[in-house]
Design a protein around this ligand. Structure first.
Ligand code: ADP
Ligand code: MG
Length: 402
C-alpha cells in the first residue's frame, strides 16, 4: 500500500489540529555548541508547512544516548534555539517529555505554534523491547495532540528503529510520511531498483562490522566497491599485510578474506596509506605503501595514489553511493583522502551521474571540508537507516506507514 505523505495531510486539513511530528534533530554537539546543523535544517520544511497551515505542532526527537533518564548535557535546549532561528519563529521547549509541563504547554498551543518535547530518550520506554511499555509512552504522546490528531514521521535517521515515537505512535494515529522521509525513500528506491551503470560504492568510516552486511549485499549489485577509512585495515590484514597500530577488527579478518575471495574483482583497497605515530591532529603524516605500514605507526588516511585509483574508478560511474570518510578528516593533515574521493564523486555527478551520500560523519565531512553540498545528487540524513535499507532489511518505521 502506498504511504500517505504530508501533502495528503495538508489536503485533509490541519488548521487547529494537533499534529505530532517525529523529527531527527540528533546533531553533533561540542560543549553545547551545534557543530553541524544539517539535520535541523533538513527538518524545517515539514515543520514550516504544518505551522503555516495552522496546525498545533508537537515535535518529538532524541539527542545522543542518555542512559539514566534526564541529563542536562542531553537537553534539546540548544536545538530548540537553533530550530527557532531556522524557522524564523519561536519554538518552545517543554521541560519534560510527556509530563505535566509538556501537557500544559500542549494544551496552551494556538494555531501555528510549535512545541518541542524534551529528549524522548529521557524516557526509557522509548527504546524498550517491551511492546506494552513502548505503547504506554506512545499513548501519552498521542494525548498531547488530542483525539483528532495526526502523526507525521519525518525522522529518517530513526526509521530503522522500532521505538515508541517512531513506530508505536503510528499504530495509534492517522500517519503520514514527512517531506524528508518521503524524499529519502525515493532516493533509496532509485539506488535499489533502477541503477544506471557503472554503479560504484565507496565505503569508509571506522568499523567494518557496521558495514559488512551492506558490502555483502552490494557486492553482487555494484560494479566496484572502493574501501578506505579505518575499515580498510581489516581487509589489508586479511591479505597477510601488517597494519601496525591501525584500527583492526580481529574477529572480522576471516569474513573480509572470504569477501575478497568471492568479490576480488569488485572490491578495491587502497594502494598507499597516510600513517602517523599516534591518533592526534599534530602527529606528522607520512605516505607509505599499503603493504609496508611500519610497526608502531597507524594509518589515518588513504594516500594520494589510492585517491588517484579511486578517482579513475569513479570518474565514469553513473550511480554512486558513498558511506564513511576515507580517513580521520576531522584532523586537517588526514583529510586529503576524503576530500579527494568526494571531489571525484562531485566530478562524476557533474557529468550526469546520480550520487548519494549516506552517513552522519560523511555528510559532516562534506560541509567541514568546504565542498559544495549541491555537488551531490542527495545527502542523506540517516546513515544507519540508509545502510539497512540497502542491506535489504525492512525498516519498521517505514513499514508501519504503509
Ligand atoms: P558515517 O557516520 O559517515 O557512517 P562512520 O561513523 O562509520 O561514518 O565513521 C566515521 C569516523 O571514522 C570518522 O569520525 C573518522 O574519523 C573515522 N575514521 C576514518 N578513517 C579512520 C582511520 N583510518 N582510523 C580511525 N578512524 C577513522
Ligand atoms: Mg557515524
Amino acid at each position: 500500500m502506498a504511504v500517505k505523505n504530508l501533502d495528503d495531510l495538508l489536503a485533509e486539513g490541519v488548521s487547529g489540529r494537533g499534529v505530532l511530528v517525529r523529527s531527527d534533530l540528533n546533531v553533533p554537539l561540542d560543549n553545547g555548541n551545534i557543530t553541524d546543523p544539517g539535520r535541523i535544517i533538513a527538518s524545517v520544511p515539514t515543520l514550516k508547512a504544518l505551522s503555516e497551515a495552522g496546525a498545533k505542532v508537537v515535535v518529538t526527537a532524541h539527542l545522543g544516548r542518555p542512559k539514566n533518564g534526564p541529563a542536562p548535557e542531553f537537553s534539546l535546549a540548544p536545538v530548540a534555539a537553533a530550530l527557532s532561528d531556522q524557522l524564523g519563529r519561536h519554538v518552545q521547549l517543554a521541560g519534560d517529555v510527556v509530563g505535566t509541563d509538556a501537557l500544559a504547554r500542549a494544551e496552551g498551543l494556538t494555531d501555528g505554534d510549535i512545541l518541542l518535547l524534551e529528549n524522548i530518550r529521557f524516557d526509557p520506554r522509548e527504546t524498550s523491547k517491551d511492546d506494552a511499555e513502548r505503547l504506554a509512552l506512545a499513548r501519552q504522546l498521542v494525548e498531547l495532540v488530542g483525539d483528532d490528531g495526526a502523526f507525521v514521521s519525518d525522522g529518517f535517521g530513526v526509521v530503522h528503529r522500532k521505538q515508541a515515537s517512531v513506530y508505536d505512535v503510528a499504530t495509534l494515529l492517522p500517519h503520514y510520511a514527512g517531506t524528508l522521509v518521503a524524499a529519502e525513500i525515493k532516493v533509496l528506491e532509485q539506488l535499489t531498483s533502477s541503477t544506471d551503470r557503472p554503479y560504484a560504492v565507496v565505503l569508509g568510516g571506522s568499523k567494518v562490522s557496521d558495514k559488512l552486511a551492506v558490502i555483502e549485499n552490494l557486492a553482487t549489485k555494484a560494479d566496484s566497491i572502493v574501501i578506505g577509512g579505518g575499515m580498510c585495515f581489516t581487509f589489508l590484514a586479511s591479505q597477510g599485510v601488517s597494519v601496525g597500530k591501525s584500527l583492526l577488527e580481529e574477529s572480522m579478518i576471516d569474513t573480509c578474506r572470504k569477501l575478497l575471495e568471492d568479490y576480488g574483482d569488485v572490491i578495491h583497497l587502497p594502494v598507499d596509506i597516510v600513517v602517523a605515530d599516534e591518533f592526534s591532529a599534530d602527529s606528522t603524516p607520512e605516505v607509505v605503501r599499503a603493504d609496508q605500514i611500519p610497526d608502531g605507526k597507524m594509518g589515518l588516511d588513504v594516500g594520494p595514489g589510492s585517491v588517484e585509483r579511486f578517482t579513475s574508478l569513479l570518474s565514469n560511474a553513473q550511480t554512486i553511493f558513498w558511506n564513511g570518510p576515507m580517513g580521520v578528516f576531522e584532523f586537517p593533515a588526514f583529510a586529503a583522502g576524503t576530500k579527494g574521493v568526494a571531489e571525484a564523486i562531485i566530478g562524476a555527478t557533474g557529468k550526469g551521474g546520480f550520487s548519494v551520500v549516506g552517513g552522519g560523519d560523511s555528510a559532516a565531512a562534506v560541509r567541514q571540508l568546504g565542498l559544495p553540498e549541491d555537488g551531490f545528487s542527495h545527502i542523506s540524513t540517516g546513515g544507519g537507516a540508509s545502510l539497512e535499507y540497502l542491506e535489504g532489511k525492512t525498516l519498521p518505521g517505514i513499514q508501519i506507514l504503509q
